[in-house]
Design a protein around this ligand. Sequence first.
Ligand SMILES: *Cc1c(COP(=O)(O)O)cnc(C)c1O
Length: 373
Amino acid sequence: MQFIDLAAQQKKIRAKIEANINKVLDHGRYIMGPEIKELEEKLAAYVGVDYAVGVASGTDALLMSLMAYEIGEGDAVLTTPFTFIATGEVIRLLGATPVFVDIDPDTYNIDPVEIENALEKIRSENELTPRCIIPVDLFGQAADYDEINAIAEKHGLYVIGDAAQSFGASYKGKKAGSLTEITATSFFPAKPLGAYGDGGMVFTRSAKLYEKLSSIRVHGQGSDKYNNIRVGINGRLDSLQAAVLLAKLEIFDEEVELRQEKANRYSAALKDHLKVPFVRDYNVSAWAQYSLLHPQRDAVIAKLKEKGIPTAIYYPKPLHLQDAFSDLHGKEGDFPVSERTAAEIFSIPMHPYLTAEDQERIVQAITDGVRTL
Ligand SMILES: *Cc1c(COP(=O)(O)O)cnc(C)c1O
C-alpha cells in the first residue's frame, strides 16, 4: 500500500502527459515556454484572481511574496509554528523575524485571537515592526481569512496565504489562492496539484505586485534582460513542469471530489475511535493530508506498520523548537496547542485512487490497534 499513489494517477493520464512533454521537446523552449503563460492563465482563472506567476517551488513562491512586500530586517512576520519549515525559513532568509502564534486545536490553523495577543506583545517590546501575517492552510483546509484579513487591515499588515497544501480548497465559496492580496502555492509532487519535480505559483489581485513578482522571478529584471532594477532570484517554473501540470489540471476537480469521498468514508468509520479532522462548515478541504490525533500516537502507528500500512507525521517538531531558529529562543511550553498536536498527530494514506478495500483495511487496523493498546 502506498501513502500517496502517484502511479495510479499517471496510469490514467499517461498519454496526455507524454503528449504535453513531447510538445516541449518539439518547441525546445525549456525556459519560459508557452506552457508557463497557459498554466498561469488557467490557474488564475481557476482560483479567481487576475494574475499568477509560475515559480520554481512553493518555497520560492513564499520568498518572492515577502520580497514583493519588501519585508526585511527589523520586521516581524507572524505565522504558525505548526507548519513545514519553509514557511518560517523564508522569513529568516530575508533577515526578518518570525513571530509564532499558536493554532486552533480543531483546525490546526493559526488562531486569530492569538494573533491579536502576539501583536500586542510585539508592540510592547518595541523592537520589531509587525509587517505581515502568513496563515497556512494546513492539510488542505483554508485558515480563517475573514478574521485574519480584518486584523491585518486594522493594524496595517500584509497577509500572504501559504496555500501549499490547499490548492483546490474553498472558503465561503471562494477558492484558496483568492483569499488574500497575495497567495503562494506549491506543486511539489505530493501536493494536491503536483508536478513531476519542483514548482509553485504566486496568485495576486494586484497589477503592481504582479509586475514586481515577474521582475523578482528573473533576477530583478527591468525593461530588458541586462537592466536589473532590484535584487531578485532565479525563481522560474520549468516549461516541462508546466506541461505536466496542464495535463493533471484536466482531472484535478474530479480528484478533489474523490479525495472528499475518501475523507468522508474515513471520518464516518473512525470518528468514534479517535479524533478525526474537523472541517468548518464553510470550508471545503483539498485534503492534502488526512490526519488523526491519538495520545498514544507512536503505539498506534507501530501497529499500523506491522500490518503494512504507511503513515507519516506532519509535523513532529513545531518551528519554535527547531535548531534552525534557536536564536529566537523558543522553548517548550511557548505554544502548547502546537506542541500537543505535534505529539499526537499522524496522517494515513490519502489520495484520489484509494480503493474501498484499502480504506477498509486501514480503518480495521486503526480501530483494532486503538482497542488493543
Ligand atoms: C510544501 C510546503 C511548502 C513548500 O513548498 P515546496 O514546493 O516544497 O518548496 C511551504 N509551505 C507548506 C505549508 C508546505 O506544505
